[in-house]
Design a protein around this ligand. Structure first.
Ligand code: FAD
Ligand code: SIN
Length: 532
């Protein structure tokens, strides 16, 4: 085992929209090191399809975008964060266009699409359904051209370094050589590790979304907030032997409808906005319809679109479906909801500051309250550019430098690592899959006390995973999945009401009298307490 020491001014963990935008904002303040645990562009940003919601069309207004976001958030948004999102959004998008981003146009103007719970057409997109890939490309090109920014791929952050109560950097393992442990000392660290969809057996998220940032920050003592709010996307392709694949909400925005096993529409009876109701409502209506009809057959129907429209408007989705043997414009597409987005996360203010000095958070890992209990479609890429920049700007003023940097935590970790005789990797990996199954079955779209208790007991049986000491990223991810799952379950049990994406069968109503609050957890809440 080798221990290396690196020094940078600013460390940004994550190279998606939020991390890259933060790095760009920091680039004139000192040396910035950006880490990615896999390939640089692997993350949710690259996968994003529908687009970016931004109030820039002639018939839209910033205040209407604000109202839609607040309404979707079910009274739990931080109004200041929402105001910042919608007001700064247009400037951040104009900046992306200036840097070379190409968004689709119609008659020479930006082409605005409709998605669920938006009262205006306001979602801009690129190459139809490759919006995230375009934003990632532009930000990456911009960041790579900056002299002060270096981007290192395949470096996995194990834990944060905390000294005198402040964050002084991170401990990292190089994937290409797990015997290489790197201690990175930084004056401020920005956490931008993305979401946690992989905590669930069925998810739209890429394999990197294992809740690392939430788990790392929790172990470091940061406050974690609103973990019960996990968004389930209603429409993912559901075919035997085919991986979960998102069928963008924009397809329903263009007129796609949902049909049950008998070929009937059921959403008009479930909500006045039918297929374009908020995501939590559509996902629950699908589950209810499956139970009512006694099958798990629900379909997305695009067959009524003009010939050639699906292929030209959604080329990536069309080609992917074709690869799985489905003609999206001629056949019904079997669908099922899947875990999609984490509204909760590392509690931060509107400038990305967390409860640990020297540690900032932005993007999906952060919880500044911008999405409340339920995120409005296509508000996340916007959040990434708006709050990524703000976290970068405020990191310069959040510098925390201990009197003397201590090498002790890194050396202790190495000693512990060297003393581990045997890591039962296969057992840990089986445990990881077990957790994902438990969460899907018992802490999913509809939660009830029995299920939450079963999940608690099952997680307790797997609690040895919380103590994994390893340099193997897969085992370390299993540990992070365990922590994140335990936090979600605990928060879901604690909130005895239904609000936004959190639905309790035993408390089906929203309870503003008792639950108009954000609930936080920190490492003062021990794992034992969370599992008891
Ligand atoms: P990500 O883009 O996920 O990046 C995370 C980064 O952190 C990666 O570089 C990863 O390597 C790194 N990382 C993670 N853990 C570690 C570690 N331990 N060590 C080092 N590095 C680490 N939102 C919209 O607004 N519009 C859409 O159309 C849309 N479509 C979506 C479609 C799909 C299929 C998915 C999954 C999400 C979609 N979303 C959409 C949500 C949105 O894409 C994400 O919320 C957003 O891109 C998150 O950006 P991020 O920068 O926070 O994280
Ligand atoms: C989609 O295209 O349906 C995803 C949009 C989002 O998650 O905001």
């Amino acid at each position: 085992m080798n221990l290396e020491f690196h020094k940078t001014d600013f460390l940004v963990i994550g190279s998606g929209v939020a991390g890259l935008r933060a790095a760009i904002a920091l680039s004139d303040a000192g040396k910035v090191m950006v880490l990615a645990k896999s390939a640089v562009s692997e993350g949710s940003t690259e996968c994003a399809q529908g687009g970016v919601a931004v109030a820039m069309s002639d018939d839209d207004e910033i205040v209407i975008h604000e109202q839609d976001t607040l309404r979707a958030g079910a009274s739990l948004c931080n109004p200041e964060a929402v105001r910042i999102l919608v007001n700064e959004g247009p400037r951040r998008i104009a900046e992306l266009i200036e840097w070379g981003a190409s968004f689709d146009t119609e008659d020479g103007k930006l082409w605005f699409s409709l998605e669920g719970a938006h009262s205006r057409r306001r979602v801009i997109h690129s190459r139809g359904d490759s919006t995230g890939a375009e934003i990632e490309r532009v930000l990456l090109e911009k960041a790579e051209a900056l002299e002060n920014v270096s981007i290192v791929d395949h470096w996995f952050t194990i834990d944060l370094l905390i000294q005198e109560g402040s964050c002084s950097g991170a401990l990292v393992v190089a994937r290409s050589d797990p015997s290489r442990i790197v201690c990175i000392q930084a004056k401020a660290t920005v956490l931008a590790t993305g979401g946690a969809g992989q905590v669930y057996a069925a998810t739209t998220n890429p394999s990197v979304s294992t809740g690392d940032g939430i788990s790392i920050a929790f172990r470091a003592g940061a406050e974690i907030s609103d973990m019960e709010f996990v968004q389930f996307h209603p429409t993912t392709l559901h075919k035997e032997g085919v991986p979960v694949f998102l069928l963008s909400e924009a397809m329903r925005g263009e007129g796609g409808v949902l049909l049950n096993a008998m070929g009937e529409r059921f959403m008009p009876d479930a909500h006045p906005e039918a297929e374009l109701a908020p995501r939590d409502i559509v996902s629950r209506a699908i589950i209810t319809e499956m139970r009512r009809t006694g099958t798990d057959e629900i379909y997305l129907d695009l067959r009524h679109f003009k010939p050639g429209f699906v292929k030209s408007r959604f080329p990536r989705i069309y080609e992917t479906c074709l690869g799985y043997g489905l003609k999206a414009d001629e056949e019904l597409l079997p669908i099922h909801p899947a875990a999609h987005y984490m509204m909760g996360g590392v509690r931060s203010d509107v400038n990305g500051r967390t409860t640990i000095p020297g540690l900032l958070a932005c993007g999906e890992v952060a919880c500044a309250g911008v999405h409340g209990a339920n995120r409005l479609a296509s508000n996340s890429l916007l959040e990434g550019v708006v709050f990524g920049r703000r976290a970068g700007e405020s990191a310069r003023d959040s510098i925390s430098v201990p009197a003397a940097f201590s090498e002790a935590p890194a050396r202790d970790f190495l000693k512990e690592l060297e003393s581990v005789v045997e890591v039962h990797s296969s057992e840990i990996l089986l445990g990881r899959e077990r957790i994902r199954g438990i969460m899907w079955e018992h802490v999913g779209i509809v939660r009830d006390p029995e299920g939450l208790q079963i999940a608690r007991r099952e997680l307790e049986k797997l609690s040895h995973i919380a103590g994994v000491v390893s340099a193997d990223p897969k085992a370390l991810e299993a540990r992070n999945i365990f922590y994140t799952a335990a936090l979600i379950r605990y928060a879901a049990e604690r909130r005895t009401e239904s609000r936004g994406a959190h639905f309790r069968a035993d408390f089906p109503k929203q309870d503003d009298e008792n639950w108009l609050v954000h609930k936080s957890l920190s490492s003062e809440t021990s794992l034992q307490e969370i599992l008891s």
